[in-house]
Design a protein around this ligand. Structure first.
Ligand SMILES: Nc1nc2c(ncn2[C@@H]2O[C@H](COP(=O)(O)OP(=O)(O)O)[C@@H](O)[C@H]2O)c(=O)[nH]1
Ligand SMILES: [Mg+2]
Length: 262
């Protein structure tokens, strides 16, 4: 079983990513993603709601203890670069609050610390760190959070043997869509240099991966406009698919296959 954890800043798109993954099978001929447990099935059923009507899953509850958070079980099968692949995946996403707290200077409360520790248990294969912004101030924030996280990795003796996939989400956005092809240089070196430097200093390069994903994607091969519109509702803006018929999320599986490889 590959056990993967998803961390990242608030509203980075973590839950939407998992939702898109859960219902991905319907849209891709060469891959199947089968929800195994009830939690995963629920997520798959939510997909339409979230992607087409912009409903939001309630944000992951930071008050819950790690064991109370749902783990989604999926069987993913398919071909990647002409090779058959199969992954039994257990994946869980954490509240963005945890990531935000790691970026602050104050001491972490015990609950937050126990969440972080639970991402570093021996059975965890890899972590996806989902990020969304590219401003200088965010680079600082991300660096701080990951400074804390990688120091905890070291304390818990996972700094040499846990894969970290740095994932830039919402990559259908026009400013960064061209950078998706080589995210390491064209997104992370360019926009988040101090975050990247820190990680390179702490984590062996074989355990460090850089990815760009989008739960929404663009309208077509020859039409790079985002397949997304922002709707304004009671709870602020949220993104929904512009044309559900053309839904083609980008690169959802690559970070999972990489971080979950046994
Ligand atoms: N543009 C864009 N927006 C997205 C994408 N994925 C999620 N979002 C939006 O980002 C907001 C936060 O998403 P959510 O999954 O709840 O974030 P979480 O807090 O990290 O779990 C919502 O308004 C989503 O519609 C994406 O791939 N592209
Ligand atoms: Mg969430």
């Amino acid at each position: 079983m590959s056990v993967v954890r998803v961390l990242g800043s608030r509203a980075a798109g973590k839950t939407t990513y998992l939702t898109a993954l859960a219902s991905f099978a319907k849209k891709q001929a060469n891959f199947s993603v089968t929800p195994i447990n009830d939690e995963a099935k629920k997520l798959a059923n939510w997909a339409e709601n979230i992607l087409e009507q912009g409903g939001r899953l309630t944000p992951t509850d930071a008050e819950k203890s790690p064991n109370e958070l749902p783990s989604y079980l999926f069987l993913i099968e398919g071909k990647q670069r002409f090779q058959k692949q199969r992954i039994d995946l257990s994946i869980r996403d954490y509240s963005g609050e945890i990531f935000e707290k790691m970026a602050q200077d104050s001491m972490l409360d015990q609950k937050t610390q126990s969440h972080i520790n639970s991402c570093l248990n021996k059975d965890i294969t890899g972590c996806l760190i989902m990020l969304t912004a590219w401003e200088k101030s965010e680079d600082n924030k991300y660096r701080k959070a990951l400074d804390y996280f990688t120091r905890t990795m070291e304390i818990r003796k996972r700094d040499q043997n846990l894969r970290l996939a740095l994932v830039m989400g919402k990559c259908e956005r026009g400013e960064i869509w061209p950078g998706r092809i080589e995210p390491e240089t064209d997104l992370f070196d360019l926009y988040l240099p101090s975050t990247k430097k820190l990680l390179e200093a702490r984590i062996p390069s074989k355990n460090l991966g850089f990815f760009a994903v989008s739960a929404f994607g663009v309208l077509g091969k020859n039409d790079p406009r985002p397949n997304r519109i922002d709707e304004y509702g009671k709870e602020g803006t949220h993104a929904v698919l512009r044309d559900p018929e053309l839904w083609q999320p980008y690169n959802l599986l690559a970070p999972i296959f990489w971080a979950g490889r046994l």
